[in-house]
Design a protein around this ligand. Sequence first.
Ligand SMILES: [Fe+2]
Length: 167
Amino acid sequence: MSNEVVFFKWSPEYSVNIKTIDDQHQELVNILNRLFVAVSKREGDKAIAGILDALVTYTQTHFALEERLMQQAKYKDFDAHKAEHQKLLDQLDQLCKKHLLEEKAIYFEMLRFLKIWLKEHIQGVDTKYSSALQQAGFSVAAWEHEASAEFALMSDSKKWWEVWKAA
Ligand SMILES: [Fe+2]
């Protein structure tokens, strides 16, 4: 495994100092890396489509949780942040549609786009809400306790991890 190229290597500098959110960001990075491997090894349309589906579903789930946190904490830039999330989902949807029409060349464009987006989003806007919440005295620990049960329920209903077993 030592000579294996990791497409997106997680680094502590991407931490937003909220464990639940960091864990989910790492999971997004994992799915992106999984997509890179599948594309590089030409695993076939069905496998790749399954990973793309997992990526979109997990992204939606993660955004929903993040938005709930910001809303509960009455974060002042909530609307702008939510709009960024929606924009990404729209772009992802457009890329998926483009992929259906233009076939394989789209994967690398998509991977590159997602890697840059994720890095910039985490280090830019996610870090901002995280520090604003902590400065405002919002109890992240209490929220995390509640969120972990909630997130488990959200994940249960989606079964997104099935794709890993099938791949
Ligand atoms: Fe975000």
